[in-house]
Design a protein around this ligand. Structure first.
Ligand code: ZN
Ligand code: ZN
Length: 283
């Protein structure tokens, strides 16, 4: 399984999962043109196999799965539905709250039941957020990866849900001091801090510290550009992962960031050889 983070943050979210001929985009916060540009850049850099053409149609995914109805995750889903005629998978609550385009191509999933798209199986789990939101574990039979963003707190059972995944992509949205001292109005600060808001660096670290073995790569996701800094989030996470053999990355607002989920040959327990493009300096 190959994972390409196309975008991560309040400006838009999109992550492509590919395995054995199946390509599924999770969240549609960026349009087909940005998706094509990112995937072409990744291919040119040797991070992905296949064509290096930048033609949009070459990069059309087989399907889109949206995690929840906020615009930074679902904003462009209807356009993919209309223009590329690909199915959009969503929970019933998300489908009710968001415009996903032609209902004939909308597929509903239960937030607690696994579902398959080609070679990939998706296992959702509800997350506390101010929209019906799910964490997703994506499994191709050989590797497992978890995508966990947009949650106000770590709910019971989440650790068990993501335990043992090769790759964990986890929200690390804000530094509490930066949020407190920052320019946001009080009501917005309260929303972010609430149990249905976003996950702080400290909250992400508590989950990382409790993570059992088996995860060889952790990518910090959905970093706020106003209330966080990659160096702060990474420093905190590095401490939390002390003693664990995990490679640590921070997803930039705009990718590509390519994660090869297979450990390097001959080093089954070694950190993953993930390649980074366009990352923040000092990592
Ligand atoms: Zn979001
Ligand atoms: Zn959200």
């Amino acid at each position: 399984m190959q994972i390409t983070i196309i975008a991560s943050g309040s400006g838009g979210n999109a992550t492509l999962f590919a395995s054995r001929g199946t390509r599924v985009l999770v969240d549609a916060g960026v349009g087909p043109r940005v998706l094509a540009q990112c995937l072409a850049a990744a291919a040119t850099a040797g991070c992905t196999s296949g064509s290096t053409s930048s033609s949009t149609s070459d990069w059309t995914p087989d399907a889109i799965v949206v995690t929840h109805a906020h615009a930074d995750h679902v904003g462009v889903a209807a356009r993919y539905n209309k223009k590329h005629k690909i199915p959009i998978y969503a929970s019933e609550a998300t489908a009710r709250a968001a415009h996903l385009g032609d209902p004939e191509r909308v597929r509903l999933f239960s937030p607690r039941e696994p579902f398959a798209i080609g070679a990939l199986t998706f296992s959702p789990r509800p997350l506390p957020h101010d929209a019906a939101q799910v964490a997703l574990v994506v499994d191709d039979g050989a590797r497992r990866a978890a995508l966990v963003t947009d949650l106000g707190e770590v709910p019971p059972g989440l650790l068990e849900h993501v335990a043992g995944c090769d790759v964990l992509m986890l929200e690390s949205n804000y530094d509490e001091d930066m949020l407190d001292a920052g320019p946001y109005p009080q009501h917005l600060k309260r929303r972010i801090l609430s149990a249905r808001g976003h996950l702080s660096n400290a909250q992400a670290c508590a989950l990382l510290a409790a993570l059992p073995g088996g995860t060889h790569t952790v990518a910090l996701m959905h970093l706020s550009e106003n209330n966080n800094r990659p160096d702060l989030a990474l420093a905190a996470a590095r401490d939390a992962l002390l003693g664990k053999r995990a490679r640590l990355l921070a997803a930039p607002p705009r990718g590509p960031l390519v994660l090869d989920t297979a450990p390097p040959p001959g080093a089954a327990r070694a950190p993953l050889a993930a390649r980074q493009l366009g990352l923040f300096p000092g990592m």
